[in-house]
Ligand binder design. Structure first.
Ligand code: ABU
Length: 366
């Protein structure tokens, strides 16, 4: 990679890690969000207590009051980011209630609420993830006009191969109750086709860590590895989440040399040796009870924060123990209301995707 590119130059798309000063970001939308019908891919990671929600609303729009409250919180997040000098983009609203037909299956869509899941920026390259839920097959098109603009402005653009998501894409024998067999983690996606969600990757400059999950398989990880410049190394990690989907409630970098871990899933012995000289900070337990149910995620949305720069971190305002902990470590948390977004499956990290962070491509590990 040329020196100019290593430094981002004047590129509109440039982001190498999770903590350099954020200059442009996409914030998702819950407009037209449609509840998926219960299916094995969803069941693999969805808390079983939430099944009633999908039985009741599957195939229908999310209830209006949920959309209204979450939209307000997203708009507020966008305003907070703008007030910090960050350029904010929003996706197009697609008609997610429309049923699409492929040669193998029919499905309605889901939403464009979680840009972090569907795309990632590595250096000056936008990577479109192929996704692993049928309801998310066409989700990237909500971002396509933006991506086309970024491409016109000089970004590189990689589109991962779309799987058929036919029967062979999934492990027919997978059961969430038997997620580990003989110490080997099982997943609902098979190894027959490329699968990954972008949110299973976390960027630390030249080193990128990724977990296999119920939406990311070894072929998906290898696809990313082979398509990145030689400057990047992709390291696979495994932690204790029995039903993993997205790494951003498991390990979260707070800045160079500071890693926040989920103490209920991450044993110190599982942390890769690269982090030996890093400060490891255990996230406090999530604050409960929630005002609203968690239909798509674990309780650990607490950790799903957005680092604006090395000092400022956007966090959900009810997560007081986390706010206190961040202050103790010298950060200035920016609390915002975001609990009404939680039932859609994420918090501020999921709801955003970095497009530009000021900084250079570096190695943070000796
Ligand atoms: N999409 C982030 C949610 C991960 C979790 O369930 O903890």
């Amino acid at each position: 990679m040329s020196k100019d590119i290593q430094e981002g130059g004047k590129k509109r798309v440039w982001s190498c890690n999770e903590w350099d000063p954020l200059e442009e970001v996409i914030v998702g939308t819950v407009e037209n969000a449609t509840v998926p019908t219960w299916n094995p891919a969803l069941a693999a990671t969805t808390p079983s207590h939430a099944k009633w929600f999908f039985d009741k609303y599957g195939g229908q729009p999310f209830p209006d009051d949920m959309i209204e409250k979450a939209s307000k919180e997203l708009d507020n997040l966008a305003d907070v980011l703008k007030s910090l000098g960050v350029t904010v983009q929003r996706p197009e609203t697609l008609d997610f209630s429309k049923e699409v037909t492929t040669p193998w299956w029919n499905s309605k869509g889901l939403y464009a609420a979680m840009p972090r899941d569907v795309l990632m920026v590595v250096g000056d390259t936008i990577i479109e993830a192929p996704m692993a839920w049928r309801a998310r097959y066409f989700e990237i098109y909500a971002y396509r006009r933006l991506i086309e603009d970024y491409f016109k402005d000089g970004s590189r653009w990689l589109v991962a191969p779309k799987a058929t998501m036919s029967e062979r894409f999934y492990n027919a024998g997978y059961s969430p109750e038997q997620a580990t067999i003989d110490s080997v983690r099982q997943f609902v996606v098979s190894e027959n086709e490329v699968a990954f969600d972008a949110a299973d990757f976390v960027r630390f400059g030249k080193d990128i860590f990724v977990q296999k999950s119920n939406v990311t398989n070894a072929m998906g990880i290898e696809w990313v590895r082979r398509h990145l410049d030689d400057d990047f190394s992709v390291h696979e990690v495994e932690f204790g989440d029995e039903h993993p989907m997205h790494i951003d409630t498991t390990i979260v970098p707070l800045g160079p040399g500071k890693l926040m871990i989920n103490p209920s899933w991450v044993e110190r012995s599982q942390i890769p040796a690269q982090f030996d000289s890093w400060e490891i900070i255990e996230a406090p337990a999530p604050v409960k009870p929630y005002d609203s149910a968690l239909y798509f995620s674990s309780d650990w949305l607490t950790m799903n924060i957005l680092t604006v720069d090395e000092k400022h971190i956007i966090v959900e305002e009810n997560e007081e123990p986390l706010i206190a902990l961040l202050k103790q470590h010298g950060f200035e948390p920016i609390p915002i209301p975001f609990r009404n977004f939680y039932p859609f499956g994420g918090s501020v990290h999921c709801a955003t995707a970095d497009i530009r962070r000021r900084g250079t491509l570096q190695s943070y590990f000796s």
